[in-house]
Design a protein around this ligand. Structure first.
Ligand code: ACO
Length: 376
C-alpha cells in the first residue's frame, strides 16, 4: 500500500529544471541563479526567457523575445468587447480567470499540444494578461481603454495602460522586481494545478485558468490582499502588537507569514522588505512600512521558533500599495508574473508527460445493499 501524505506534504510529484528551493536555508534559485541576483540585474522578460529555455538569452535573443511579447500586447477585439460587458463590481481574479479562458476560444489551433505551438500560445497569454487587467480596471472606472505601447517593457506598459500616464522609472523598476520575484516557485499549489490539467493533454488556456483559480485562495496568492486588509485594520504602529497577539490567541493565521516549504526567511521577502522600505519612504507611506515591520517583530518573538517568517506576500502588499495599485489588483499582479512560471511548467510537463492520477485511500463502507426510496 502506498503511503499517504495529507496535502501531499513532502511528496515529489514532478521534476523541474526551473526553480530550486532550500526551505531550511531560505534559498531560491531560478535555473541555478540566486533570486537576489535576478532581482538586482535581470528583468521580467529576461527571467521568463531563462525559465522557458533554462539559460540566459544572448543580447539578440532577448531583443527578439521582448519584441515578440510586445507585438502581442493588444487583446483580440472580441475580448475587448467582452470586457465592456463585464459587471463593474466583478472581482479582478474572476475577471482574469474568465478572460484567459475566453482567449482560448480565439486560438486558431486550440488542440495543438506540440511544444513549439504551446510556447507561442504561452507567449500570447503572457503578453495579453496585462491588458485584460488594465482594461477591466478602466472599464469599472468608466474610463476609456489606454492602448498598449510596444515601445514599453512589460511592467511599464502595464502601469501605463492602467493609469493612462507614463510611470516613473522608479515605479517601473519596483514592479519589474516584483514580477521577477513572483515568477516561479517549485511545485506550489497553482503550478501543480496547471501541470495536472496539462497532463491530460488538455490545452494551456485550461491549465492557466485552473492555476488562476488556485492562486486566488487566501492560503496561496490571495494572502497579499489579506495582508493589506490587516494593515488597514490596524490603526497605528503601536496597535500592531495587541492585534497580532489577539489573533494568535484565537489561533488565527497572520496573513503573509508561514510557508509549507520555507522554515527560514523567504528570500523573496527579504528583497521585498528592502524595496517596500525604499518605496514607502519615497511615497510618504512610512507608517505602513513601520506597521509591517512591527508585526514582523511581534511575530518573530512569538512564533519564529516554529519556523514561521514573512513570506513573499507580506512585504509585497506594502510595495504594491506604494506603486499605487488598488487592493484588489494585488493578487492579479501575482497572476501577471506567475503566468511565466505556470507556462514554463506546462512546457516541461508536455516535454515528458505522464498523466497525473494518484490514488485515494477509501474510508467508506463496503457491500451496502441499495435501499429503495420509500424505505429510507
Ligand atoms: N500565522 C500564525 N500561525 C501560523 C501561520 C501564520 N501565518 N502559519 C502557520 N502557523 C502555525 C500554525 O498555526 C501551526 O501551528 P501549530 O503547529 O501550533 O498548530 C503551524 O504553524 C503549522 O501551520 P500549518 O498551517 O499546518 O502549515 P502549512 O504548511 O499547512 O501552512 C500556509 C502553510 C498555508 C502558507 C500557512 O503558513 C498559512 O496559512 N499562512 C497564512 C497565509 C499565507 O500567507 N499564505 C501565502 C503563502 S505564500 C504563497 O502561497 C504565495
Amino acid at each position: 500500500m502506498a503511503s499517504y501524505s495529507k496535502g501531499l506534504e513532502g511528496v515529489i510529484a514532478a521534476e523541474t529544471k526551473m526553480s530550486y528551493i532550500d526551505g531550511e536555508k531560505g534559498v531560491l534559485e531560478y535555473v541555478g541563479i540566486p533570486i537576489g541576483q535576478l532581482a538586482e540585474f535581470s528583468t521580467f522578460e529576461e527571467t521568463v526567457f531563462l525559465l522557458w529555455n533554462t539559460r540566459l538569452p544572448r543580447k539578440g535573443e532577448l531583443a527578439d523575445f521582448s519584441a515578440k511579447i510586445r507585438a502581442l500586447y493588444e487583446l483580440p477585439a472580441e475580448i475587448q468587447a467582452m470586457i465592456g460587458q463585464l459587471p463593474k463590481d466583478a472581482q479582478p481574479m474572476h475577471v482574469m480567470r474568465t478572460l484567459v479562458s475566453a482567449l482560448g476560444m480565439y486560438d486558431a489551433k486550440p488542440n495543438a499540444t506540440d511544444v513549439p505551438t504551446v510556447r507561442e500560445k504561452a507567449l500570447k497569454i503572457l503578453a495579453c494578461a496585462p491588458a485584460m487587467l488594465a482594461y477591466f480596471h478602466r472599464h469599472r472606472q468608466g474610463k476609456p481603454f489606454v492602448k498598449p505601447d510596444a515601445n514599453m517593457g512589460f511592467a511599464e506598459n502595464f502601469l501605463y495602460m492602467l493609469n493612462g500616464a507614463k510611470p516613473t522609472a522608479a515605479m517601473v523598476k519596483a514592479l519589474d522586481v516584483c514580477l521577477v520575484l513572483h515568477t516561479d516557485h517549485g511545485l506550489n499549489n497553482s503550478t501543480f494545478s496547471a501541470r495536472v490539467v496539462i497532463s491530460t493533454m488538455s490545452d494551456i488556456y485550461s491549465a492557466i485558468t485552473a492555476a488562476i483559480g488556485s492562486l486566488r485562495g487566501p492560503l496561496h496568492g490571495g494572502a497579499n490582499e489579506g495582508v493589506m486588509i490587516m494593515l488597514n485594520e490596524i490603526p497605528t504602529v503601536e496597535a500592531a502588537e495587541k492585534y497580532v497577539h489577539d489573533k494568535l490567541a484565537k489561533k488565527d493565521k497572520i496573513m503573509g507569514f508561514g510557508h509549507r516549504v520555507y522554515k527560514a526567511y523567504d528570500p523573496r521577502a527579504s528583497h521585498l522588505k528592502v524595496l517596500a522600505k525604499q518605496l514607502a519612504h519615497d511615497t510618504g507611506n512610512m507608517a505602513l512600512y513601520e506597521k509591517s515591520s512591527r508585526i514582523e517583530k511581534v511575530m518573530s518573538e512569538a512564533v519564529a521558533a516554529k519556523g514561521i517568517y514573512p513570506n513573499v506576500d507580506f512585504y509585497s502588499a506594502t510595495t504594491y500599495h506604494c506603486i499605487g495599485l488598488p487592493l484588489d489588483l494585488f493578487t492579479p499582479m501575482f497572476v501577471l508574473s506567475r503566468i511565466g512560471g505556470w507556462s514554463g511548467h506546462v512546457i516541461e510537463q508536455l516535454s515528458d508527460n505522464r498523466l497525473f492520477r494518484p490514488d485515494v485511500d477509501y474510508k467508506g463502507p463496503h457491500g451496502v445493499a441499495y435501499t429503495p426510496m420509500d424505505q429510507r
